[in-house]
Design a protein around this ligand. Structure first.
Ligand code: ZN
Length: 312
């Protein structure tokens, strides 16, 4: 893994998703500072059709696509830059579409770890840099969209019949933890510190939500006490999705879980589900709040999350 030429400070992401077409239109704005002498910015971008690139508001024509890298020339010099990329994409990885007839509800969700987020937005797709994230997701009216952090606005989208959901996370995170999900969901909110949001397919009963998520608060409180460090964010969200690739994924504030862990039947053994919930919650500290510099150290995230998840 290469070291860095730039310090990525913030990412502003604005994506409009067409669930039927399984495609998206996006705009990503990175603010970044040079760490040394750098004449170009390298962003990872796969499956992306680049529409335009600007640096500090000025159009750049000389950008190059090299494999899964987008190379943007910039004037050498100190000071913060703003690199904006407009693009369209039909992702072959990183973003997954689900819906009838094979699935109960229409939805789209993402899975970044480890280097898959480059398939739906251009970014620095290594774990050795952290930046704040502001994410807007535009989807058809009637769907619910979530992303890292707290909801800051919900307004009509540019196209008729769409809604734009905007979220912000002010604490910096690494690229693979950036995530969105949108679909025919209902959101069950548990007020408190942090606010809990259980995001489930429409039609999921209150009893199922309660049964599946009832230990969440106790897990968060227990780990905060044990670690002597409060849960880092104001919201913790668990999104149950269809045909997930794994058991769960600890995206900062917005864990994605396989819907196998929705305990629809009271006689189901809850041990496996609670094990996964606690593991992903432990990752909010180990992997999300603090993390590793390179992929070879990923076992540290997993080791601590496995240990502390089991402590609960
Ligand atoms: Zn894990």
């Amino acid at each position: 893994m290469p070291d860095r030429d730039w310090d990525f400070v913030s990412l502003e992401l604005d994506v409009a998703i067409d669930l039927e077409d399984r495609s998206l239109t996006g705009r990503a704005v990175h603010r970044l500072r040079p760490l040394g002498v750098a004449s170009e910015v390298v962003l990872h971008a796969a499956d992306l059709d680049i529409v335009s690139v600007t640096v500090d508001g000025a159009a750049v024509e000389a950008w190059r696509s090299l494999g899964d890298r987008l190379v943007v020339p910039v004037a050498v010099g100190p000071g913060e830059r703003s690199v904006e990329v407009r693009y369209t994409a039909r992702p072959t990885a990183g973003m997954y579409f689900r819906g009838p007839p094979g699935d109960a509800v229409r939805e789209v969700w993402t899975q970044g770890e480890d280097e898959e987020n480059r398939h739906w937005f251009p970014g620095w797709d290594y774990p050795n840099d952290r930046f704040t994230v502001r994410t807007a997701v535009t989807v058809p009216d009637g769907l619910v969209a979530v992303a890292n952090g707290a909801l800051v606005s919900k307004a009509p989208g540019r196209a008729a019949g769409t809604t734009r959901w905007e979220y912000a996370l002010e604490t910096p995170i690494v690229n693979y933890l950036v995530a969105i999900a949108a679909g025919e969901y209902r959101v069950v909110v548990e007020p408190g510190t942090p606010t809990l949001e259980h995001v489930v397919p429409v039609g999921t009963s209150d009893a199922t939500v309660e049964r599946s998520t009832r230990e969440t608060r106790s897990m968060l409180d227990y780990l905060a006490r044990l670690l002597g460090t409060p849960y880092p964010w104001t919201v913790y969200r668990q999104v149950y999705v269809q045909r997930f690739l794994y058991g769960g994924m600890e995206n900062a504030t917005t864990t994605v879980l396989a819907d196998d862990y929705l305990l629809r039947d009271p006689v189901l053994d809850r041990y496996n589900a609670d094990f996964v919930l606690a593991h992903e919650i432990a990752h909010q500290w180990f992997g999300d709040l603090v993390g590793v510099y390179g992929w070879r150290d990923l076992w540290l995230n997993e080791g601590f999350a496995t240990y502390y998840g089991n402590r609960w």
